[in-house]
Design a protein around this ligand. Structure first.
Ligand code: UDX
Length: 470
């Protein structure tokens, strides 16, 4: 029996198929996991939707990046939607539905047709539950990856509690009402800190999707989270009551960067779906140390004119990412009263090399939509934040940034020019020492967790060993 097991192992080297959720944030962090696993010698097939693949080929160096890994292979799959579908976040449910109904057969075929390189483990985004159905059907072990924060994932897990305790749905405008039925968050969570869609109605398809998290995620062999124990340990312990086999291996971008350095390899690819404008780096070089507020709302958020007024009126220097279509159309033109301040102190780009920007010595603060990647990137570089969350996990993340981790200010729901100006002054001037101190401390912890013996380091080794044993 021993020989036959060994035979099997020689015939079937560990081969992981990785399938990220087709959105910028998840694609970015999941590809970083793929590269970390490549570095450990595992064979990897990265599966992307055609739509994401086309964009990545255009704007990132993914192809050349992975060419040095002999066991790496890229596969694509259609998402089943017409080419002109916007795939915007308000219609993302359609992307998920289409993947499930139209692409799951192709997904299954991928793993059953090539017998020369059989897949020994699947890592798929836990939002795509159909991958687990397929994996079970063909008998391949599956792990889920979730690229949102553990704190938001735990809120999703607790939706049934919220409904049972009648904290959801809520009516009326008292958004400051405390939320009591999420273990570990009783002291500080309010209605306004729940994902935005909770304010509307419970028949929202988003709610339906997330209501099943507590039963969906534990179906997989294990759950991989892009976080680290010093940041979200208490909440991770709560999730462990549902999913005992948890791997907290983040922050993935920094974990990968460190591992690449130890191989003297070039830095990771940006995995950007838009063209990065590098001109902001020389601009940053010419600014005083920690004087610039970096302003960016990720790939999906939209925002308003009040913000611009607040920024300029604060007198701060700023580097602002204005992604096409992200500003309400009425303000595509610079309002004349803002042009002087913008020209004197501002730099505007369509898409920035964000990790480089946050690591730059000229940056002293980050006005962010609190996307999970953005938050982790800021945490690692010790940059204090002002949070202007837009939707989903961002409302929860920003509450943790402001109230739990004390890494900045949570501006949610109050974005008028006076508030923006006040908060920018607070972060960049009046309370800058206090915020920098806590951001520096957390950055140190973030950097230690993937050093030899750190929590994310050990968890990654465990993940690799578990995959090899499959
Ligand atoms: C959103 C959610 O906020 C996120 O938490 C969820 O997991 C998926 O949907 P997104 O809006 O894309 O994601 O934000 P974020 O998670 O912050 O990811 C954006 C990525 O784009 C970051 O890695 C960031 O470095 C990169 N980026 C952003 C750039 O490279 N350049 C920019 O100008 C802006």
């Amino acid at each position: 029996a021993t020989i036959s097991v060994m035979d099997q192992k020689t015939v079937r080297p560990p081969h992981v198929l990785i399938f990220p959720l087709p959105l910028q944030g998840p694609v970015n962090s999941t590809i970083k996991l793929a590269e970390l696993l490549c570095l450990s010698g595992l064979h990897i097939t990265l599966l992307l939707t055609d739509h994401i693949h086309t964009k990545l080929l255009k704007y990132s160096n993914i192809q050349s990046r992975f060419s040095s890994y002999p066991g790496f292979h890229l596969e694509t799959i259609p998402d089943g939607l017409p080419e002109d579908h916007p795939r915007s976040i308000d219609r993302f449910i359609e992307v998920l539905e289409s993947l499930k109904t139209k692409s799951s057969i192709l997904f299954k075929d991928l793993m059953t047709t090539d017998s020369r390189r059989p897949v020994t483990c699947i890592i798929a985004d836990g939002t795509m539950g159909f991958t687990c159905d397929v994996a079970n059907e063909i008998g391949i072990p599956i792990m889920y990856i979730r690229t949102i924060s553990a704190c938001c994932l735990w809120v999703f897990f607790c939706f049934p509690n919220l409904i049972e305790s009648r904290e959801l749905p809520f009516s009326g405008n008292d958004l400051d009402t405390p939320i009591k039925s999420i273990p570990g968050m009783e002291e500080f969570l309010r209605r306004r800190d729940l994902p935005l869609f909770c304010r509307f109605n419970l028949s929202d398809p988003n709610i339906k999707t997330y209501l099943s998290e507590g039963t969906e995620n534990p179906r997989a062999h294990g759950l991989i989270l892009n976080t680290f124990d010093d940041l979200e340990g208490p909440i991770v312990s709560q999730i462990r009551t549902f999913c005992p086999n948890l791997y907290t291996i983040g922050p993935l971008h920094a974990h990968l960067k460190l591992n690449l350095e130890s191989f003297s390899s070039s830095p990771p690819s940006s995995n950007s779906l838009w063209k990065e404008d590098m001109s902001c780096i020389p601009w940053l070089d010419s600014q005083p140390s920690k004087s610039v507020l970096y302003v960016s709302f990720g790939s999906l958020a939209v925002m308003s004119k009040e913000l611009w007024y607040g920024l300029v009126n604060s007198g701060s220097r700023f580097l602002w990412v204005i992604r096409r279509h992200s500003v309400l159309s009425e303000i595509i033109e610079t309002p004349p009263e803002l042009s002087k301040g913008t020209e004197e102190r501002g730099c505007i780009v369509e898409w920035a090399p964000q990790e480089k920007v946050l690591a730059h010595g000229g940056v002293g603060g980050f006005l962010t939509h609190s996307g999970w990647n953005a938050t982790l990137e800021s945490v690692v570089e010790g940059v204090p934040m002002i949070c202007w969350p837009y939707f989903l996990d961002q409302q929860v993340n920003s509450r943790f940034v402001g109230e739990v981790w004390k890494l900045g200010l949570d501006m949610k729901d109050t974005c008028d020019r006076v508030i923006v100006e006040k908060m920018v002054r607070e972060l960049m001037e009046e309370r800058k020492e206090e915020f920098r101190k806590s951001a520096d401390e957390m950055a140190k912890l973030a950097k230690q967790c993937f050093m030899v013996g750190g929590s994310s380091y050990c968890n990654l080794q465990r993940l690799i060993n578990d995959i090899k044993a499959m």
